[in-house]
Design a protein around this ligand. Structure first.
Ligand SMILES: NC(=O)C1=CN([C@@H]2O[C@H](COP(=O)(O)OP(=O)(O)OC[C@H]3O[C@@H](n4cnc5c(N)ncnc54)[C@H](O)[C@@H]3O)[C@@H](O)[C@H]2O)C=CC1
Length: 400
């Protein structure tokens, strides 16, 4: 299906030289041709730059790997249902994309390249549409959920408990998108902080980012009784079923959320579990009492708080990547899961590799670009910013 992948990549590299210009041109063309599509997007469009380029980049990068491309496009197609995207929208998006490539690729563009790109885009659109249609047969595009508890653990941090109006299937370690009534059509991803429960409730750990619209609304302007919308659970940072090697969980800041879910899920598996909870200062250990209760209930779980900036109680002092050599004598024989700030994730992956943990047993699923008002691009080298070699990776959800 990829007639001239190299040529398309060359053209795309031209586009990357001016991502803001190309994105602006793309949306101007799209909304001029189909003004009604503007209603699918949030009022402020700034962060669409990232999503647009991540989406394109991954389509282009995966030209040589049809299996990965199909998986990626399937996830995209399913994820786009909550935006109200319909099959007929894809043609308009394709036309605007082609026009943008033609302008920004300039002399690298040719009739042959256009044919190759058009075929690649048509294939991508068909795959996304097919995945969305199959998903529609079994799941709604989004779930309404009631806030049943809002626990403000710090001025900028809340633990929010939600009860979806109908069962929302998920596995420990996954994340989902959230939309608040305050900011229509703005979706932000948050990790689910618990393993599935009989009552179907789920919990989010939310830190308000400076200027972060959705995170600020969730922390400061949300109360029990409010309703919000949830997208489907996504992400592959989940536990393999059944017994397996011991588990190392590393959660930095609110990156604790998926690690707590994984700890709960692994608790009954008979595996040894070490949960490193990293924060800068003791204030950042916002869930420690609950983790200690979990530890008391699970004989094979050990919780280790780590503070990078200030000493505090029983916490270790330092950064996780630096501490790992003295904490692990079995690094070659464990499965590791990491979430938190991108530098912590990157540093921990490198340290584990140096200690002998095979890369295929190191799982991470960065949500670093979650509130794009403050996170312009995921840092270079993180899974979402390039064509990744890594394990459980995820890209920001782009949308036509
Ligand atoms: N699935 C995921 O990957 C998730 C990721 N997150 C991300 O986690 C981050 C959490 O932010 P906060 O709560 O403000 O955490 P934070 O800024 O308080 O930092 C938490 C920990 O990370 C460590 N850290 C930071 N930079 C480091 C570096 N260069 N090397 C080693 N350790 C480093 C800090 O020392 C601290 O121990 C956000 O960026 C959020 O998007 C949050 C939830 C889930």
């Amino acid at each position: 299906m990829s007639p001239e992948p190299r040529t398309i990549k060359e053209c795309f590299a031209r586009l990357e030289a001016d991502p803001a210009g190309a994105t602006g041109y793309f949306y101007a063309r799209l909304f001029a041709a189909e003004p009604q599509l503007r209603a699918l997007f949030p009022p402020a469009m700034g962060h669409q730059h990232d999503r647009f380029f991540h989406a394109l980049l991954r389509i282009v990068c995966h030209q040589d790997n049809p299996g990965e491309l199909a998986g990626h496009l399937g996830r995209l197609g399913r994820g786009h249902r909550k935006y109200g995207v319909r099959p007929e929208h894809y043609a308009a998006v394709g036309a605007a994309l082609t026009a943008t490539l033609r302008v920004f690729a300039a002399d690298a563009w040719s009739a042959e390249t256009e044919d190759a790109w058009t075929a690649a885009y048509r294939h991508a659109a068909d795959t996304m549409i097919g995945a969305a249609e199959r998903d529609a047969a079994q799941a709604p595009p989004w779930w309404a959920a009631e806030v049943t508890a809002h626990d403000r653990r710090a001025p900028d941090l809340a633990v929010v408990t939600l009860r979806p109006e109908r069962p929302l299937p998920f596995s420990a370690g996954q994340h989902l998108s959230v939309q608040t009534a305050r900011w229509p059509r703005m979706w932000r991803r948050y990790s689910i902080a618990n393993a599935p429960r009989p009552d179907g409730t789920l919990r989010l750990h939310v830190r308000a980012r400076p200027g972060g619209w959705v995170s600020g609304a969730l922390v400061r302007f949300t109360a029990p009784g409010d309703t919000m919308l949830l997208g489907p659970a996504e992400g592959a940072m989940t536990l393999a079923p059944g017994p397996g090697p011991d588990v190392l969980l590393v959660g930095g800041g609110t990156g604790l959320a998926p690690m707590k879910a994984l700890a709960e899920a692994a608790a009954g598996s008979g595996r040894g579990i070490r949960l490193l909870v990293a924060a800068r200062t003791a204030d950042g250990l916002y869930d420690l009492p609950a983790l200690r209760r979990l530890e008391s209930a699970c004989p094979r779980l050990r919780v280790v708080p780590v503070l990078s900036r200030a000493p505090g109680g029983s916490a270790l002092r330092g950064r996780v990547p630096d501490l790992l050599p003295r904490l692990l004598d079995d690094a070659g024989d464990l499965t590791a899961y990491i979430a938190g700030p991108a530098p912590l994730v990157r540093g921990t992956v490198s340290a584990l590799q140096r200690l002998g943990t095979p890369l295929q047993r190191i799982h991470h699923d960065l949500l670093a670009a979650d509130d794009p008002v403050t996170s312009r691009r995921a840092p270079a080298g993180t899974p979402s910013s390039s064509c990744p070699p890594g394990r459980t990776t995820r890209s920001p959800v782009p949308r036509p």
